[in-house]
Design a protein around this ligand. Structure first.
Ligand SMILES: *[C@@H]1O[C@H](CO)[C@@H](O)[C@H](O)[C@H]1NC(C)=O
Ligand SMILES: *[C@@H]1O[C@H](CO)[C@@H](O)[C@H](O)[C@H]1NC(C)=O
Ligand SMILES: *[C@@H]1O[C@H](CO)[C@@H](O)[C@H](O)[C@H]1NC(C)=O
Ligand SMILES: *[C@@H]1O[C@H](CO)[C@@H](O)[C@H](O)[C@H]1NC(C)=O
Length: 166
């Protein structure tokens, strides 16, 4: 075990990088980069993506055997993926599909050998409001709006302008 742990401990003092990633709401996906060039522990190595601001912090968890999403925050269900070969290549980047405004915040990518945890990178994700630009005088413009939740039968849709007028 010590043989495995030692190179790991030597790296712990290095500061994690901080990176800002911006994406528009409605984009197909966004990539949160995390690349590790150090030695990946042979046993019990786990890569964790967490969202600091959430009660359920777990966004994605990868073990040698594969993804372990049992504790994943349900808000990310079916929307996260990592390369299948991540633990061999050190490319721990996370693909987050259908980014939503509420996904904004600080994410951390870290690796653990079961005993020590090392933060590799902090990503500040900013999901921006949909912005539609149009030239004056065109025939029409489409304002996109869709929802993913199961709406109740009596749901109604209302469009308002910034002055709160229907
Ligand atoms: C990793 O696990 C294998 C199998 O359990 C064991 O034989 C080996 O000693 C372990 N290596 C380290 C560095 O702990
Ligand atoms: C939070 O995590 C627990 C498992 O640790 C899970 O059972 C629960 O459904 C999660 N809640 C949400 C809102 O994702
Ligand atoms: C890491 O993987 C992502 C896809 O998950 C890819 O877009 C990116 O180019 C890869 N980075 C490197 C350095 O290969
Ligand atoms: C994310 O981290 C940055 C830098 O540490 C901080 O300025 C910002 O307020 C944080 N954002 C949230 C939503 O906590």
């Amino acid at each position: 075990m010590m043989k495995n742990l030692l190179p790991f401990l030597l790296l712990v003092s290095q500061h994690a990088l901080a990176v800002v990633v911006e994406v528009n709401e409605g984009a197909e996906s966004v990539l949160l980069p995390c690349e590790f060039s150090g030695l990946i522990p042979e046993n019990d190595s786990t890569v964790m993506w967490t969202h600091k601001d959430l009660y359920n912090k777990s966004v994605h968890l990868r073990r040698k055997e594969g993804d372990d999403l049992g504790e994943q925050n349900q808000g990310y269900s079916g929307r996260t993926s990592m390369r299948p070969d991540a633990l061999n290549t050190g490319n721990f980047s996370l693909t987050l599909r259908k980014p939503q405004l509420t996904d904004s915040g600080n994410y951390t990518c870290s690796i653990s050998d079961g005993r020590e945890e090392r933060r590799l990178i902090d990503i500040q994700l900013q999901v921006k409001d949909y912005k539609v630009e149009v030239d004056s005088g065109v025939e029409s413009v489409q304002l996109p709006c869709k929802t993913t939740v199961n709406l109740p039968k009596d749901a109604k849709v209302e469009w308002k302008n910034k002055n709160n007028r229907k």
